[in-house]
Design a protein around this ligand. Sequence first.
Ligand code: XLS
Ligand code: NI
Ligand code: NI
Length: 436
Amino acid sequence: MEFFPTIPVIKYEGKDSKNMLAFRHYNPDEVILGKPMREHLKFALSYWHTMCAEGSDMFGRGTMNKDFGGQTPMEIYKNKAYAAFELMNKLSIDYFCFHDRDIAPEGKTLEESNKNLDEIAELLEKLMKENNKKLLWGTANCFNHPRYMNGAGTSPEADAFAYAAAQIKKAMEVTVKLGGNGYVYWGGREGYETLLNTDMGKELDNLGFLLKLTSQYARSIGFKGDFYIEPKPKEPTKHQYDFDAATVIGFLQKYDLMDDFKLNIEANHATLAGHTFQHELAVARVNGAFGSIDANQGDLQLGWDTDQFPTNVYETTMCMLEVIKAGGFTNGGLNFDAKTRRASNTPEDIAYSYIAGMDAFALGLRLAAMVLEDGRIEEFVKQRYASYESGIGKKISDKTVTIEELEAHAKGLGEFETVPSGRQEYLENILNSIMF
Ligand code: XLS
Ligand code: NI
Ligand code: NI
């Protein structure tokens, strides 16, 4: 059965094509900087937005139906799976990502939920083999159910902590069964609304322990991929503990998790934290924690996670520059944690959205490669720090200098008044001259 009859197989037609059901920049097997585009970009479909979200918001019900013709809960979720693979095939997407509760309905008890999960995992495994698709990462939804209203790993209620641990254990098992390359912890409701009712130290200690326990369990059952924390500053709680990349790195260091964990950076979460997407990626990279990306964009006038499909080519270019500098993806990739707008409610809108996002990133990759090949910006940065290559600067870099030597050097500088220009506008104009 075909679930998306109005969506054709999307082909690359080149940048002059006026066919909006075609790629204008994404040509999966074209080699850029020595690697096919599909390996640079590693696009993934997000199951929750694409197969589940029906467009409801605080003021209105759903505008789309994602039952895919199913009559019973299990039939609906089976059809979601078939429909997901049809979409991935039509869009040339090689990977997907899910929460446990996106792929199978939650039962009344943990046993019932696990049974549903097992049944769907069998089907997914079969479909993955048949269609040559891979699981970028799995995760557990420990934030939707009322039992998690005060958090999961940071819940003041021990029963909720136990339930979350058990749920994550099962999600790990499913991820391992499906050969997942990663496992994401996004701290759903791991935060607080008011400090009046919160023991922050206790909550953070419990969260650190939950991550240790569950990640060690995953290793014990043969998980070889990466664990990621996905920083986000707020929403749903007023203050999320995984605020931003730097905060998460401090947390990972404190709870001795740095060796096993990397970061999954989401564009919209970066901007909510008051940072650029590029900043968060750079923080991850310079700390050896660059892992994976949730590719979307926010609306800078809005203070929430709008999860829009990314179309801003400056952003995708700066992102791909960071990805290349980090050495490219290993286990990670670009997961479209993005949804069509509530009013973009037809199946074709799903195709238009993915094509827009994939082309924006493909173009970003092409432009990032041009920036690197041009070399002027990189060379400028290198020259800017050249004083650390010899003399006193070399000694500082090598950390062999003494404070007395630095003092003698400073005295020798006499009336030391200025340093070279940072040339921001000159560099911005170089960037534009390459991009356009
Ligand atoms: C929510 C998060 C979530 C994670 C997966 O804001 O982005 O979708 O990516 O739990
Ligand atoms: Ni996300
Ligand atoms: Ni998000």
